[in-house]
Design a protein around this ligand. Structure first.
Ligand code: 4NP
Length: 160
C-alpha cells in the first residue's frame, strides 16, 4: 500500500506544487514510485484552477524539475485521503488544524521544515511578492526537506 502525501501552502501555485513535484522527482530517482503518492493544495481559493506560477516554474526548471498541476483548495476530506499533510508555514499549519474540529487527524499534520537537514529555516518563506532569488531559495529548501522526509519517514514507519 502506498503512503499518501499532501503538501499545503496558501495559494497552491508556488510552494506546495514545488514540493509535490520535487518529491515525485526524488521518488522516481529512488525507485519508490509505487510506494509514495503526492498531491498539493492551498488553504485559500484565490488561484483554484491555475497552473503553477511562471516564476516558480522557471526556478524549478533550473534544477531539472518541471512543475505540473492545477491549483485546488484544501478540503476536510483530505484528512481521510492522506497519511501525511505537510504545511509550508505556520499560517498554513494553523488553518489546516482549524478544519479538524474533532482533532482526529492532527497527528498527520506536520511542518515541512521539520524534515530539513541543512537549512535552519522553520518555515518555507512565501516567495510570491519577492524577486527571483526567493523562488530559487524555495526550491533549495524543499529539496532539503523532501530528501530528509524520505530518509526519515520512508526509511522507517510510513504512518505518523
Ligand atoms: P503559495 O504562494 O502559497 O506558495 O502558492 C502564494 C500565491 C499567491 C498569493 C500568496 C502566496 N497571493 O496572495 O495571491
Amino acid at each position: 500500500m502506498s503512503t499518501r502525501l499532501l503538501f499545503v501552502c496558501l495559494g497552491n501555485i508556488c510552494r506546495s506544487p514545488s514540493a509535490e513535484n520535487i518529491m515525485n522527482h526524488l521518488v522516481q530517482q529512488r525507485q519508490l514510485g509505487d510506494q509514495v503518492v503526492c498531491d498539493s493544495a492551498g488553504t485559500a481559493s484565490y488561484h483554484v484552477g491555475s497552473p503553477p506560477d511562471r516564476r516558480m516554474a522557471a526556478a524549478a526548471q533550473d534544477f531539472g524539475i518541471t512543475l505540473t498541476g492545477q491549483a485546488r483548495q484544501f478540503s476536510p476530506d483530505d484528512f481521510d485521503r492522506f497519511d501525511w499533510i505537510l504545511a509550508m508555514d505556520r499560517h498554513n499549519y494553523r488553518d489546516i488544524l482549524a478544519l479538524d474540529g474533532a482533532k482526529a487527524h492532527s497527528h498527520k499534520v506536520k511542518m515541512m521544515c521539520d524534515y530539513c537537514r541543512t537549512h535552519p529555516d522553520q518555515e518555507v518563506p512565501d516567495p510570491y511578492y519577492g524577486g527571483p532569488e526567493g523562488f530559487t531559495y524555495v526550491i533549495e529548501l524543499l529539496m532539503d526537506a523532501c530528501e530528509g522526509f524520505l530518509d526519515q519517514v520512508m526509511g522507517n514507519a510510513t504512518t505518523p
